[in-house]
Design a binder for this molecule. Structure first.
Ligand SMILES: Cc1ncc(COP(=O)(O)O)c(C=O)c1O
Ligand SMILES: Nc1c(O)cccc1C(=O)C[C@H](N)C(=O)O
Length: 401
């Protein structure tokens, strides 16, 4: 590919930005093919190197050597212990985050509990019209099962549906398609002013920026751990319930994992105190302990630096796209202000074919129907040079389309 002078400038600038990057050393923590530009960590994070060694220990020594004894040697309590490692990433004091089940299952628990907690008369669930589908599907089921009404609205028009009948509002902190970041503080305050509970889906924002769940008085939060937290495919999700709500948290998946004394084999369900009551069945130990190892990468990492680098990467990539793509080739859907997560989404009529071609060239992003190219920038292992190369490859691919 012939490199235009402007492209050379971008590559030089990228190298300079990478040389000044205070987080650059963290890339060595990840097992990544140096020939691949990996920009899909917003869907599946890359594996931290230490995970493979931990899995070897878990399988050979803990499972193989200790066998059933491992349940009382740290396995049974792993959901709460791993929750404590996520707590600082979401601004939660200890005892309020548990790692268990999928995001979808945790949304179900939180929404049913929210409806049960709501005062009489509050018989509506509100969900973002542009939500990631699973949130909408689960909200629909919860409405059906509990006999409440489901309402949808765009985040900018929440006022139209928010009122004295609202029990709970469920929103995605970062829109998975456009990458827009919603103002958690302002929206939570607005929902509370209407007398309703606020539930946030943090799938695309945890590990992206500092989040203050406790400080903002958020009522419930869920998130997955296989994106920016690098827990691995299908790693269990987390659920946040603040201490003040835990006694009243009447969640519907009353499995023995959430029982006060699971090994008493009590015929009657009695919920555990604290966040443990948000558990359901047997923890998924292999995935959970892979996640525990992956989270160690975050020890000592300053989330403000992560955020600054993510904004720099996404801003720089957008600038590269503006520079190397002929005007009007692709529409940038992601906000250019700081109201964005760590992805850049571009709209192009042949997005599907273009992404397939990029992946063939070892530049891995993803495609979301019908016409969106998504590029995710995980600051722990992506650099500005990756961003420049991806934009140049994209220009080349689209020139041939
Ligand atoms: C916003 C959001 N919520 C939920 C999910 C997924 O939920 P689950 O972990 O249940 O597959 C995703 C991605 O898959 C997502 O982007
Ligand atoms: N969870 C996923 C999966 O099991 C397979 C493929 C992709 C995913 C994703 O996480 C998709 C992602 N939430 C998205 O924003 O599109």
């Amino acid at each position: 590919m012939a490199i235009a002078p402007s492209a050379n400038d971008l590559i030089t600038r990228a190298a300079k930005l990478d040389a000044e990057d205070p987080l650059a050393h963290l890339r060595a923590e990840f097992d990544l093919d140096p020939d691949v530009v990996y920009l899909d960590g917003n869907s599946l994070g890359a594996p931290p190197r230490r995970v493979a060694a931990r899995m070897d220990d878990v399988v050979r020594r803990q499972w193989g050597g200790r066998l059933i004894r491992s349940w009382s040697e740290g396995w049974w309590t792993a959901p709460e212990r791993v929750g404590e490692k996520i707590a600082p990433l979401v601004g939660a004091a200890p005892g309020q985050v548990v790692v268990a089940d999928s995001t979808s299952a945790n949304i179900f628990k939180a929404l049913v509990a929210a409806v049960r907690l709501a005062p009489e008369g509050r018989r509506e669930i509100v969900v973002d019209a542009a939500t990631f589908p699973t949130d909408g599907y689960i909200a629909h089921s919860v409405a059906e099962i509990t006999g409440v009404r489901l309402r949808t609205a765009t985040v900018d028009r929440l006022e139209a549906v928010l009122g004295e009948r609202t029990a709970v509002v469920l929103l995605n902190h970062v829109d998975y398609r456009t990458g827009r970041l919603h103002d958690m503080a302002a929206i939570t305050a607005r929902v509370h002013a209407a007398g309703a509970r606020m539930a946030w889906d943090l799938c695309h924002s945890v590990g992206v920026l500092p989040i203050g769940l406790d400080a903002l008085g958020v009522d419930f939060a869920v998130g997955c751990t296989y994106k920016f937290l690098n827990g691995g495919p299908g790693a269990p999700a987390f659920l946040y319930v603040p201490s003040a709500l835990q006694d009243g948290f009447d969640q519907p998946l009353s499995g023995w994992g959430g029982h006060r004394d699971p090994f008493a084999m009590d015929p009657e369900y009695q919920p555990a105190s604290g966040i443990t009551r948000a558990r359901c069945g047997t923890p998924d130990i292999l995935s959970l302990l892979a996640l525990e190892a992956a989270l160690e990468v975050w020890d000592g990492v300053d989330l403000a630096q992560v955020r600054a680098k993510g904004l720099s990467l996404t801003g720089f990539f957008t600038e590269c796209v503006d520079t190397v793509l002929p005007p009007g080739t692709a529409e940038v859907l992601t906000p250019r202000g700081t109201d964005r997560g760590h992805q850049v989404s571009l709209r192009h009529p042949r997005a599907r074919e273009a992404m397939a071609e990029l992946i063939d060239r070892q530049v891995i992003g993803d495609f979301r129907a019908p016409d969106v190219l998504r590029f995710g920038f995980a600051p722990l292992y992506v650099g500005h040079t990756d961003a420049a190369h991806a934009a140049l490859a994209l220009a080349d691919v689209l020139a041939k389309e």
